[in-house]
Design a protein around this ligand. Structure first.
Ligand code: ACM
Length: 280
């Protein structure tokens, strides 16, 4: 299976040029699965919720989805792309999955970063895994990387490949994703942007370095920081199904959830305290 990141330079609000840019990069590099950046049709730095509303589209009825569905059909491939989603009165920072037969599903970013909390509503659907036949994939968006529970949830649900659409502005994620892949035994494709968004006095620079990481925490390929790029490589997704580290240790099987807390609220009882008191 050939998996690819598409690292884009995005013009804020210029959907037509951004979609053409994505299509050109995809056409230049054959693959079975492409991951594109977060919000890659519109740009990232919205001035207000009102402006987000003006640029957001319905998924899958909007023109951006129609464009990506056409691309996936034409190239007989799967693709994951970030876009602002309008759904009734809600606005989501979403990633949509398309395949050779069109639109498949949407993931709505669960962990919003900084001013995204003004412009978007937090994701309202649980993570789902999609079995594409050649691999089982899950989606996450940018700042989700900061929460180990995100990738753990995808790994526990059976993901072989995590498709990570990003607009990274801090310098930590690319290296952190190596640990995420090691601790979960999965592949990850992080597709980031290059360049800047400028809104009046505000600007954000995006850090590039899109990458593909393998289950043992092996960095297979990393892009440069400044230029758009597309890169595809052959992987065997089934490698992600072997969670053994040695003959006695299994990454997921050795977990001790009865000792883990999922909440920082001191008033909440430890989830399995009864089971611990009663012994195993
Ligand atoms: C981010 O979540 N786009 C930083």
């Amino acid at each position: 299976m050939r998996i690819a990141y598409v690292q884009m330079k995005i013009g804020f609000g210029d959907k037509e040029a951004n979609l053409r840019h994505a299509a050109d990069l995809i056409a230049a590099c054959p693959a079975d699965l492409y991951v594109l950046p977060e919000l890659c049709n519109t740009g990232y730095l919205f001035a207000s919720r009102r402006q987000t509303q003006d640029l957001a589209e319905a998924i899958p009825q909007g023109p951006t989805c129609e464009f990506y569905a056409g691309l996936a059909r034409r190239h007989n491939c799967y693709l994951v792309a970030g876009m602002a989603e309008k759904c009734a009165h809600s606005l989501f920072n979403s990633a949509a999955l398309f395949g050779p037969h069109g639109y498949i599903d949407v993931y709505r970013k669960i962990h919003l970063f900084d001013e995204e909390k003004i412009c978007f509503d937090p994701g309202d659907k649980p993570w789902r895994i999609h079995d594409l036949g050649m691999a089982r994939i899950g989606m996450m968006i940018c700042f989700d990387w900061m929460f180990p529970e995100a990738m753990r949830t995808l790994a526990l649900a059976g993901a072989d490949i995590v498709c990570h659409a990003a607009n990274l502005v801090m310098p930590y994620c690319q290296d952190a994703m190596i640990t995420r892949c090691l601790e979960n035994g999965v592949f990850a494709v992080t597709a980031n942007r290059v360049g800047q968004d400028i809104q009046g006095e505000k600007s954000l620079s995006f850090t590039g370095k899109s990458q593909i990481v393998a289950p043992r925490g092996v960095l297979l390929h990393r892009a440069g920081e400044r230029e758009p790029a597309v890169f595809a490589m052959e992987i065997d997704p089934v490698l992600a199904r072997n969670k053994l580290i040695n003959s006695r240790n299994d990454l997921l099987g050795d977990r001790r959830p009865e000792f883990y807390r999922v909440s920082s609220n001191p008033d909440e009882p430890e989830p399995n305290v009864g089971r611990l008191r009663g012994g195993r």
